[in-house]
Design a protein. Structure first.
Length: 277
């Protein structure tokens, strides 16, 4: 993995930090030719000193001209809120003759972080009340989408759930990471490495795997890549202790969560079916 940098204007910075833009287009030159999938690019906001966006390249596509580019990719992913004609006109103004002489490269990317004041740390008990608030927010969201009306927010949920989760983390060699902004936890992820049951070995290879047990970013600060950074940290931890896989249970009605994990490369392996009788 190598790291590179480019300059961007303020509009592009805002599109990237909001999650609306996930493809960056450049003329194919020496640097853009060298960049490969898995590399990191820091985009520096040339209109505001100190502001930047850091991304990881997930796919690289080279096309012969701008018209092939607009056929291959949605305009909204490259230049949100604009038309195909506006994108073509902008590229003509930026690259002029080069646009007809060189190939074009489209970098699809995964947002990692930006210059915001968000800090990612391991759990500290001084943030326990924030953790409780986050878990309640998550459960309230689950209640709002539960089509079976089976979930509930028990009167003791706020007091006990965080403690039970953290005990599980400690018991099973896990971690809890927090996203801190202005002295407050605005997101969290918990994960552990639970043991297999004795009967699991009868019909399963039982590779070492980590399990994500909680992941929540307060709805006040979503679309800033905080959830992605939290899951990256948990995956890095699992890898560091020899895990081959990561598993996570996602509520079937949680379409936002399912889409999030899909984009991170997760897929369904088993489904739980339910029927009222």
């Amino acid at each position: 993995m190598k790291e590179y940098s480019y300059n961007i204007i303020n509009d592009v910075y805002n599109w990237m930090t909001s999650g609306r833009k996930n493809i960056e287009v450049r003329i194919l030159k020496e640097k853009s030719q060298a960049i490969q999938v898995g590399d990191i690019i820091t985009f520096n906001n040339q209109d505001s000193v100190g502001k930047y966006v850091k991304v990881k390249i997930t796919n690289k596509t080279i096309v012969d001209n701008v018209y092939e580019l607009t056929e291959k990719f949605e305009i909204e992913r490259m230049m949100p809120g604009h038309s195909k004609e506006e994108l073509i006109e902008l590229m003509k103004n930026i690259y002029r003759e080069e646009l007809n002489q060189k190939q074009i490269v489209a970098f699809e990317f995964e947002y990692l972080c930006c210059d915001s004041e968000v800090e990612f740390i391991e759990y500290n008990e001084k943030y326990l009340e924030d953790v409780r608030d986050l878990l309640v927010e998550l459960e309230e969201y689950i209640l709002s989408i539960d089509k079976d009306n089976l979930d509930q927010l028990h009167p003791e949920y706020r007091e006990k759930m965080a403690i039970l989760d953290l005990e599980e983390v400690n018991k099973y060699n896990g971690k809890c990471y927090l996203a801190i902004e202005n002295g407050k936890a605005i997101g969290l992820i918990m994960g552990c490495i639970p043991p297999y049951d004795e009967y699991d070995y009868l019909d399963y290879k039982c590779p070492r795997r980590g399990e994500i047990t909680e992941l929540i970013v307060t709805n006040k600060t979503r679309s800033k890549g905080i959830g992605q950074e939290l899951i990256n940290k948990m995956e890095e931890y699992f890898k560091s202790v020899g895990c081959e896989y990561v598993i996570v249970d996602v509520f079937a009605y949680n379409e936002i969560g399912i889409n999030f994990y899909d984009k991170k490369g997760y897929h369904s392996r088993m489904e739980t079916m339910i029927k009222k009788i």
